[in-house]
Design a binder for this molecule. Structure first.
Ligand SMILES: Nc1nc2c(ncn2[C@@H]2O[C@H](COP(=O)(O)OP(=O)(O)OP(=O)(O)O)[C@@H](O)[C@H]2O)c(=O)[nH]1
Ligand SMILES: [Mg+2]
Length: 452
């Protein structure tokens, strides 16, 4: 992949639609344009829309491809930093393919996924935190996920990373002053005082990064959404509960125990968050081969769940005696639901008692929100697993530097560990020293959409 090739791609979904947007970006953009429109390209002003006829060859007006609206963004004031043109064509895939073939004929190359963002990154138009924020926004599947992704675009994450880097650089330069003067007796008294001061400030920085990591973890969980398993013995009303939560007739309900065999799942946005509810086969001892396969899936679904709704219509004694269930739920949030409140007395062991066929489920939803620690909207300027991993790395390197101050009083060790932390901050922002463009593209931008 050569980032600085002139590239083209469809930027809207590849289906028949009213309009389609095609992007062309790179140094040859205007040259390519000069072959396919009659208008003199030197007269085309940036950021203005032009209604033009697009030709396979402007000298052969019988071969018009489409009438389009084109907008020209002059580099470096464009998304990619290169001259860029966006064509808004009629949304036929035949038209789109013809435009792309024509752009390729005059020197463009079909872009790979995320290559426009890669151009922007390598052209210094944005750092990785911003590029990933844009991708997170495109992939958001709930209102909350969208809000979290938008927050990462504000640039607060980059500001924080730069300010932390500046602080650590300041500590390093103060330490290096002492390294240079360490044999000067007059300086020795100041030595431990200065080191202590740096240690105290570093501790505050470590706490701050720790808090940011916690917020990032919460934001990541909220961005991904939550897997909620509905589990219990047969016929207790699990499928009825799934249908009530989804407000949809998704799973088969019947009075015959063992009705649900496979995992039945559905997504629902609640309070702006995405929940994936999974109804499972009722847990019981049985000789039925297929039902046992379903029960195995129930256990696997429980293992992967973020929250378990444990349903029972006759107290929880039997399910509490099920060692396999207890083993899985001991480290997970669980809500014990007494079902069929209209015909049964609730158990003392239940967290909530419901009738899925008639009750409004708000109390259960409130309980789900509090069990998953979702009652407060967490703000985070960082989002994404890569960010979380780098922040943890930086955090542990800062802690190593702190420990080195008090364990060894060895300035060079403190200074070295701070330097490693600074390198990790650079990597977090996307400096990625020692990595080739291809490595960076493969690990990051190849996950983006085509045309982005
Ligand atoms: N009275 C009453 N009946 C209910 C309630 N919830 C479910 N039922 C009934 O209980 C029976 C079993 O419901 P399901 O939802 O199929 O139970 P399940 O736990 O999914 O059962 P399996 O799939 O066999 O494990 C059906 O006849 C439902 O109509 C309730 O709140 N009140
Ligand atoms: Mg069922």
């Amino acid at each position: 992949m050569l980032v600085f090739d002139t590239i083209c791609a469809l930027a809207t979904p590849p289906y028949k639609s009213a309009l389609a947007t095609i992007r062309l970006s790179g140094e040859k953009t205007l040259d390519i344009l000069s072959h396919i429109i009659v208008k003199d390209v030197s007269q085309i002003k940036p950021n203005m829309a032009y209604f033009v006829k697009l030709y396979q060859d402007k000298n052969r007006p019988d071969e018009m491809i489409d009438e389009v609206v084109l907008t020209f963004y002059k580099g470096p004031k464009s998304y990619t930093g290169f001259d860029t043109v966006e064509f808004s064509t009629h949304g036929s895939m035949i038209v789109v393919e013809e435009v792309l073939d024509t752009l390729v004929k005059y020197g463009a190359r079909r872009a790979q996924k995320g290559e426009f963002s890669a151009q922007a990154y390598f052209n210094g138009k944005m750092d990785l935190l911003k590029a990933e924020g844009i991708n997170d926004l495109i992939n958001a599947t709930s209102k909350r996920a969208k809000t979290l992704a938008t927050k990462t675009l504000s640039g607060e994450n980059t500001k924080f990373a730069i300010s932390l880097k500046t602080t650590l650089l300041d500590y390093m330069s103060r330490l290096e002053y002492f390294v240079e003067n360490q044999y000067d007796d007059e300086q020795l008294d100041d030595y431990s005082g200065e080191l202590n001061q740096i240690g105290t400030s570093l501790k505050t920085n470590i706490l701050e990064v720790g808090e940011i990591i916690e917020k990032t973890k919460k934001a990541n969980r909220q961005y991904q959404g939550f897997n909620v398993a509905i589990v219990g013995e047969p016929n207790v009303g699990k499928s009825t509960l799934l249908n009530a939560l989804l407000q949809e007739d998704k799973a088969i309900v019947s009075p015959i125990p063992g009705t649900t065999r496979d995992v039945v799942e559905g997504e629902k946005e609640i309070n702006g968050l995405l929940f994936r509810f999974k109804d499972t086969a009722g847990l019981r001892k049985t000789d039925d081969y297929v039902e046992n396969l379903g029960i195995e899936r129930s256990y696997k679904t429980m293992e992967k769940a973020d929250l378990i709704l444990l349903a029972s219509d006759c107290g929880f004694n039997d399910i509490d005696a099920n060692k396999e269930v207890q083993n899985i739920i001991k480290n997970k949030p669980v809500i014990k639901i007494a079902t069929k409140r209209d015909i049964n007395t609730s158990s003392d062991l239940a967290d909530i008692s419901i009738c899925s066929t008639t009750d409004a489920l708000h109390p259960l939803i409130d309980l789900i929100m509090s069990k998953l620690d979702l009652t407060q909207k967490e703000e985070s300027s960082f989002l994404g697993k890569r960010e979380e991993e780098y922040l943890e790395r930086i955090h542990s390197q800062m802690k190593q530097a702190y420990d080195a101050i008090y364990d060894t009083y060895q300035i060079d060790i403190v200074s070295d560990t701070l330097r490693t932390a600074i390198n990790s901050i650079n990597d977090l922002m996307g400096k990625c020293e020692g990595q080739t463009m291809e490595d960076i593209y493969q690990t990051l931008f190849s996950k983006f959409c085509l045309g982005k």
